[in-house]
Design a protein around this ligand. Structure first.
Ligand code: PMP
Length: 296
């Protein structure tokens, strides 16, 4: 993945993809002082770019550092890298981290770096897997208590439990893992939020110890616009027995129906189809903003 053609925006300028390196003693690598975003470009427009940029800035602040660029500069950098790469439909990954000046847990004075890479990326899960509903393994790892980790930041360190969970799931033939939280309540998948259809209403866990996804909020709005009731509450895994349909939401996952979670089986139906269609229409809805005009 690091030996491609193309360019990456790196600390203010476009660099050849294969030459965009960091020092091996970077604090971000040793102590996970790194935050990132995952964004999608549809028809030349990054969907909800400003919300992603604001979350990136927020995540950095939660980890105690400020990005050396304003939200406007970060959005303009997106336009630059997308124009230079010629990408109109794909994925964008901004990442910010502490540099290598001081080695040790404390690194108050270390430089802050920002890179933005973009690549063509059609769908997180294959179309066949999506139609059938993906299979999730209930992870042995749990989402931590908000007093244990900064759970609302999109911080690299929190992804350790996601990678452990997903690798275990994949090694047993599942597509992804479903993580419970420290109380044993349903939390989220390793890179997406979850919704259950029970008695014609959508239920989704309250995001009190995991990311309140931008897609999650979008889909709640779309469902309500369709007249579907959406309830945010604590959900226990046993309640999967009552669910008629289950789906995941996320920038990468978009709306992905779930066919199986551990012992529970579901048949993706009308509500999954409706939310996929509404989300597809929503992300491709033309919007005119200065930054998108530069990309188009
Ligand atoms: N939870 C986790 C752990 C994630 O990585 C993501 C993807 N960013 C989400 C939820 C969904 O967030 P969003 O809809 O903002 O992409």
């Amino acid at each position: 993945f690091d030996q491609r053609d193309g360019v990456i925006w790196y600390n203010g300028r476009l660099c050849p993809w294969a030459e965009t390196k960091i020092h091996v003693l970077s604090h971000g690598l040793h102590y996970a002082s790194s935050v990132f975003e995952g964004e999608r470009v549809y028809g030349g427009t990054v969907y909800k770019l400003r919300e992603h940029t604001e979350r990136l800035i927020y995540s950095a602040n939660v980890l105690g550092f400020s990005l050396p660029y304003s939200a406007d500069q970060i959005d303009a950098a997106h336009a630059e890298v997308l124009a230079a790469s010629g990408i109109t439909d794909g994925y964008v990954r901004p990442v910010a981290w502490r540099g290598s000046e001081m080695m040790g847990v404390s690194a108050q004075q270390n430089s802050i770096h920002l890179a933005i890479a973009a690549w063509e990326w059609p769908s997180y899960f294959s179309p066949e897997a999506r139609m059938a509903g993906i299979r999730l393994r209930i992870s042995d790892w749990r989402r931590p208590d908000p007093r244990t980790a900064p759970v609302h930041a999109k911080a690299a360190g929190l992804y350790m439990i996601c990678t452990l969970s997903k690798h275990k799931a994949e090694s047993e033939g599942y597509h992804d893992a479903l993580m419970l939280d420290w109380r044993g309540q349903v939390a989220e998948a390793t890179g997406a939020n979850i919704f259950l259809l029970i008695d014609g209403k959508l239920h989704t866990p309250k995001p009190d110890c995991f990311l309140d996804g931008i897609t999650r909020r979008t889909v709640i709005g779309l469902a309500r616009a369709r007249g579907l009731e959406v309830i945010e509450r604590a959900i226990l895994p046993e309640e999967f027995a009552q669910a008629d349909e289950v789906f995941l939401t996320g920038t990468a996952a978009e709306v992905t129906p779930v066919g199986e979670i551990g012992p529970y089986k579901f048949t993706p139906g009308q509500v999954c189809q409706a939310m996929i269609a509404d989300y597809d229409a929503e992300v491709r809805r033309p919007v005119a903003t200065p930054s998108t005009a530069a990309v188009a």
